[in-house]
Structure formats: structure tokens, C-alpha cells
Write a protein that binds this ligand. Structure first.
Ligand SMILES: [Zn+2]
Length: 183
């Protein structure tokens, strides 16, 4: 779903063909690696551009995989086919980028939290929790690709609190550029 709030200065973004309005997918360029991980934490299918990938290749990948291409590089907007496909963010920090993105798309920062691996974007599998630190709480999940395990520990709780704050900020139009810790 695209927000049609014409009172804001940012142009609204058309929906790429084949995109599910409630489950957008993203491709982040290398400058947005931290935002990439936050989008994965929120549950959005988000891939990260490979190193030294050309702009043309990035755009082609975004089209083929039905992804919005997120970038801070103004030059990407000049490519043919960029309209409605490329979203240029101006903020330097993830909190500001999250706010910009929420103004452009109807993102839910609690879309499906901690359902994807932060490192490789794979949907997580349910895990038994065997071998998790004593006293840790489920649900226990495991990445089928890199085998990283996730549970409801302090790091996940702090991230969830950050996502909750961004969701609140998106609904009120207020945000503080103070991502509380580094992903
Ligand atoms: Zn993984």
C-alpha cells in the first residue's frame, strides 16, 4: 500500500510491477548495509548489493526480483527505468533513513520481526533451543543457510524496542535520529 499523502514534500513512489503492496521487497546498495539489516529484522525480504556491482546491474536485479532499489546515490535516479523502482534516501543514519522510507512507503517496522536472518536474509526455521545459553527465552530460531541462532535475548529485545519506536514514529511523523546501538 502506498501512502498518498500529498502534503509531504517527497514524491510518492509507484509500485513496481509484480510487487505485493503489503510485502515489498528491497535491494540495498552497499552504503545502506545497516538499514538492510534493520529491514531484515522487521521481516522484509531485503538483499544487499554485491561489492563493485554496476548501477545498471543493480537496476536489472531490482527489476527481475521485483525489489525496490534503495540508495543514497543520486546518480542512480538518472538511469532509464529508475522511476518507481529506485528510492533515494538522504539521511546518513539508519533512524533517519527509516523515517524517510516510512514516509515513502507504508512500511510496518513490526511486519514480521525476527523472521529472517540478519546476515543472509533467509527465512528462519524453528529451532529446539538446545545449546542456547541458560535462562534464555524462546522462540528459538535458526538460519538454514549460515546456522546462526536467534532467541529472545537482550539484543533482540533492544532491537524490537527500536523497531517499535520507528513504527510509532512512522505513525506520528516524529522521529529522533538516535539509533540506540549499532547493528
Ligand atoms: Zn543466516
Amino acid at each position: 500500500m502506498i501512502r498518498g499523502d500529498t502534503a509531504r514534500s517527497e514524491p510518492t513512489i509507484g509500485l513496481p510491477t509484480g510487487e505485493s503492496p503489503d510485502d515489498p521487497r528491497f535491494l540495498c546498495d552497499r552504503m545502506l548495509i545497516r538499514l538492510c539489516r534493520w529491514l531484515r529484522a522487521a521481516g522484509y525480504d531485503t538483499s544487499l548489493a554485491g561489492e563493485r556491482t554496476s548501477d545498471r546491474r543493480l537496476l536489472t536485479t531490482a527489476v527481475v526480483e521485483h525489489r525496490y532499489l534503495l540508495t543514497r546515490d543520486r546518480k542512480l535516479l538518472e538511469h532509464r527505468g529508475a522511476a518507481g523502482r529506485v528510492i533515494r534516501l538522504q539521511a546518513v543514519r539508519p533512524a533517519g533513513q527509516a523515517a524517510e522510507l516510512a514516509r515513502r512507503l507504508a512500511l510496518d517496522w513490526l511486519h514480521a520481526p525476527f523472521s529472517r536472518c540478519l546476515l543472509c536474509n533467509e527465512p528462519l526455521h524453528v529451532d529446539s533451543g538446545h545449546g542456547a545459553p541458560p535462562g534464555s527465552h524462546g522462540p528459538f530460531r535458526r538460519c538454514p543457510s549460515c546456522a546462526r541462532r536467534y532467541w529472545d535475548g537482550g539484543h533482540v529485545r533492544r532491537m524490537r524496542a527500536q523497531l517499535t519506536a520507528w513504527r510509532h514514529a512512522a505513525s506520528t511523523g516524529m522521529h529522533r535520529d538516535d539509533e540506540s546501538f549499532i547493528l
